[in-house]
Design a protein. Structure first.
Length: 224
């Protein structure tokens, strides 16, 4: 790993990556470093980490063109599996939700629904829509972070699974606000998606219940 990154402040350690806060050409940035996995063959591990680094960085660059707020990518270091991206100052929605009034909560989740619909209509699956991966800034902007599980798909099933994950998170982490927030999310999603494909949108939302009937849903990273 680049020795310069080691000098920066660790702000999060995950199973797949470590996030460092630091400076890059006088800009406040996050260095996202994908951790080597010793249980994998070295060359295979390098390929996997490189592919995932490129996939995430390219996704961030592309979805920004759709008007979504995501961290700007400054550099992609494929040799070390590092993405250098703009640091977004704000509070995770998971932590901020409790202090918001109901009207603000509905407004935020309706907007989130719109944004996810835009992603889905353009063939992007976020893969990890949680309140920990959404940041609220001081000027009331909504930013999406962590596209580490992003993939490309136009499948109704994949889009439904994306929404189902958010539903599970809201139930388990924000239970008392679940109905209000998820219904607001679905309203925003439906209104945006229906501009282009009404029947497909209805099928995606309807399929969330079908997924729930299959029993325990296993997140993508748990299958690897």
């Amino acid at each position: 790993m680049d020795s310069n990154i080691m000098k920066e402040k660790i702000i999060h350690k995950g199973a797949e990556a470590t996030l460092y806060y630091g400076s890059w050409f006088d800009k406040e940035v996050i260095f996202k470093y994908r951790i080597p996995k010793k249980y994998r063959i070295e060359e295979l591990d390098k390929t996997i980490r490189n592919d995932r680094t490129l996939n995430e960085a390219r996704a961030l660059i592309r979805v920004k063109d759709y008007g979504l707020n995501v961290p700007q990518v400054y550099e992609i270091d494929t040799k070390n599996s590092i993405i250098v991206m703009k640091y977004i100052e704000g509070e995770k929605l998971r932590n901020a939700l409790e202090s918001l009034d109901n009207s603000r909560k509905e407004e935020i989740f309706k907007e989130i629904g719109r944004y996810i619909a835009i992603l889905h209509m353009n063939g992007h699956i976020h893969g990890d829509i949680t309140t920990s991966n959404i940041i609220l800034t001081k000027n009331h902007k909504i930013f999406f972070i962590d596209f580490g599980l992003h993939e490309y798909s136009d499948s109704i099933e994949d889009k439904s699974v994306d929404l189902h994950l958010l539903k599970r998170i809201l139930i388990s982490t924000h239970g008392k606000d679940f109905n209000m927030c998820f219904n607001a999310f679905l309203r925003g999603y439906h209104q945006e998606y229906c501009k282009e494909a009404t029947e497909e949108c209805r099928q995606i939302i309807k399929n969330i219940d079908v997924i729930e009937t299959r029993g325990r849903y296993v997140k993508k990273e748990e299958r690897l």
